[in-house]
Design a protein around this ligand. Sequence first.
Ligand SMILES: C[S@@+](CC[C@H](N)C(=O)[O-])C[C@H]1O[C@@H](n2cnc3c(N)ncnc32)[C@H](O)[C@@H]1O
Length: 258
Amino acid sequence: MTMEFDVVTLFPEMFDAITKYGVTGRANGNVYHLQTWNPRQFTDDNYHTVDDRPYGGGPGMVMLAKPLEKAVTAARNRQEAKGLGGINGTKVIYLSPQGRSLNHDVVMELSQLPALVLLAGRYEGVDERLIERQADYEISIGDYVLSGGELAAMVLIDCLVRQMPGVLGDPESARQESFTSGLLDFPQYTRPEVYQGAVVPEVLMSGNHARIKRWRLQQSLGRTWLRRPDMLALKIENGLSGEEKKLLEEFQRAYETN
Ligand SMILES: C[S@@+](CC[C@H](N)C(=O)[O-])C[C@H]1O[C@@H](n2cnc3c(N)ncnc32)[C@H](O)[C@@H]1O
């Protein structure tokens, strides 16, 4: 399975950050393909104007609908030409602080799609009529305002790509990460055995895989209890196993007596 990303952006070079580096750099052109579309190249005037003042007044500029519409259409056409259009094909996502919050469930949902067109806004945002006409979804990466949608688009692409089969060297990595099982990840240690007086937990050096597995599960449960009680409540609602209950209670008792 591969995924196609077409990104409409005024700053295509920013995407080098994911296409050239690390895990997403290695996967580029292999398990996913990314193409950018600059709305400036879809303008009719000599100045390549992509923004104008907001109707009703107020600060800043608003992105014009027309060049964006042309860029989104070019992106859709490319995906359609690859046989990725149609009802289950191309979806357009406008990255927006007003969108649905991005989380693991949303990532897993979107990872089922073969192609996405991502629209990165700038300035005060995008003419609302363009969003109404072209966006299937709006996604926010958090309750704060960025200067542009590019970083948000890259966050989304990164999360999607690392879920794809073959991207992480060991498929177990994605399975055991925070959120995948409804829990936070357990703490990790590497050499040296003693660092600034702090010793690696004895169990991790015991070579006893069953004990290590239990300890890690207990740490995940305990951390989620301490740091994300909302997540733990959901996990409990979905049903903890007898072992998970026991491990959590043991963790809570130890924490409360310390
Ligand atoms: C300065 S923001 C515009 C914010 C807009 N005036 C508002 O308050 O809703 C410019 C662009 O950054 C992107 N953006 C800003 N914050 C974001 C967030 N939290 N998640 C996703 N995209 C965001 C959007 O594409 C937006 O069009």
